[in-house]
Design a binder for this molecule. Structure first.
Ligand SMILES: Cc1ncc(COP(=O)(O)O)c(C=O)c1O
Length: 408
């Protein structure tokens, strides 16, 4: 249904069934023009482009991100090439010699996981990790742990990268946590996939995400939504001072106070142009996150129905994490086989639980690897880590054309 927005990627990879969209999405065609626009702007304005970017392009992009998250203060959105840089900057906001006590989970993405391991080994932090499984009690167990001790920093994903399990309602979840620690939500698998309303959270949590996945602008345009607070991160770049230049005084390191105090230094802005183009496209098409989410759920259900019919010894519902996806819970009559298209207007009200845009199968690591390699050789691109094989879904899929016959 939306394939026409992705002509270039789809025609460049004609025989591929791309199920790795949760890792990196195809880019819509408009992002190619955005790359050229960046080049042309640079040619026309040279050094003056920075003024244009900071006064026009960045505020536009902040507004598009803010719109998707229902944030009232777009200037809270601060960009960086990756989320790692932002989370290190957040950590550096704590007093220099403080041993930071962190509450987190056993399922955070490597950017935080690896970095926090090193902080731990260097005696800079203490960490309590709550296991995400069993999922149905995770939110209660996490909140309980948060109240049992006094923490400085809570770091938790919105959708967990190794299962697809999603926090049902971020606001309700955050309300169950103590107010004193600094809270960071890794929203990389949430942003532009799961409908997310930060209107009541923008003042109190850091929300991290980026455009490599569901926002479809590719690598290099990550962001944090910065809450209220008098932050002066020690790991700081000169862009962090832009809002404070007028107050510059000898011996004083100034910081902007509106979120931009987490900015870094000179970076390639073409990723931001792509993100801008991609989000503007969805706005122009009238395609909301809610609609994208509905479409993707239908793709997931169609996929599971096809899979169920195969009776595969490994890829089956028993090995699927997150069983609310059992396809017999709803009909798929909205798939109109006559025109071969999925009509969103016929999609029924959601009966399913909230879930990320990928399905995760838990298998023996050796089976995961051999299955992923087999599928890849058959043109089915997935992605795997350890004992998890993940299939991602996107609006550039036509679920009626899923072909899993190589698994028969
Ligand atoms: C949950 C999550 N957070 C963050 C990232 C990316 O991190 P970074 O921007 O530091 O490379 C990913 C990428 O796969 C992810 O899955």
């Amino acid at each position: 249904m939306y394939q026409h927005l992705y002509k270039r990627f789809l025609s460049a990879r004609p025989d591929i069934q791309h199920f790795a969209c949760h890792s990196h999405h195809y880019w819509p065609d408009v992002t190619r023009e955005a790359m050229l626009e960046y080049w042309d702007d640079t040619a026309q304005m040279a050094d003056d482009k920075w003024n244009y970017i900071f006064s026009k392009k960045m505020p536009q992009t902040q507004a598009l991100v803010a719109n998707a998250l229902n944030i009232k203060s777009p200037e809270r959105v601060v960009f960086a090439p990756n989320t790692h840089e932002l989370l290190v900057r957040i950590h550096s906001s704590f007093a220099a010699h403080k041993k930071v006590k962190i509450l987190t989970t056993d399922s955070e993405f490597y950017s935080f996981e690896r970095q926090s391991q090193r902080w731990l080994q260097s005696d800079l932090v203490e960490i309590v990790r709550v296991p995400t499984a069993p999922f149905d009690t995770f939110e209660q167990r996490f909140a309980k742990a948060a109240h049992e001790q006094s923490f400085d920093w809570i770091f938790v994903s919105q959708v967990f990268f190794n299962s697809g399990f999603a926090i049902k309602n971020l606001k309700t979840f955050v309300d169950t946590l103590p107010t004193q620690p600094l809270i960071t939500v890794d929203g990389y698998h949430g942003f532009f996939a799961i409908p997310t309303d930060l209107s009541e959270l923008e003042h109190k949590v850091f929300y991290l995400s980026g455009s490599y996945k569901y926002a479809q602008g590719g690598e290099g345009a990550c962001f944090a939504v910065v809450p209220d607070g008098n932050f002066e991160p020690i790991y700081t770049g000169w862009f962090a001072e832009f809002g404070d230049l007028h107050q510059r005084k000898e011996g004083h390191v100034g910081y902007a106070q509106n979120g931009q105090q987490f900015a870094g230094a000179t970076m390639d802005m073409s990723p931001m142009y792509r993100l801008n183009a991609s989000l503007q496209l969805f706005k122009d098409e009238g395609l909301s996150v809610e609609q994208i989410h509905e479409y993707v759920k239908q793709c997931q259900l169609m996929f599971l129905q096809k899979l169920q019919a195969l009776n595969h010894p490994l890829l089956n519902l028993d090995n699927l994490m997150q069983h609310q996806f059992l396809p017999d819970k709803r009909s798929t009559k909205q798939f109109d086989k006559a025109d071969g298209e999925l009509d969103l207007n016929k999609v029924e009200v959601n009966e399913l639980g909230l879930h990320g845009h990928f399905l995760t199968f838990k298998l023996e690591p050796k089976d995961v690897q051999s299955l992923a390699e087999f599928l890849s050789n058959q043109g089915i691109k997935t992605d795997y880590r350890g004992d998890r094989l993940r299939f991602g879904f996107a609006i550039y899929h036509n679920p009626l054309s899923y072909d899993l016959s190589c698994l028969e």
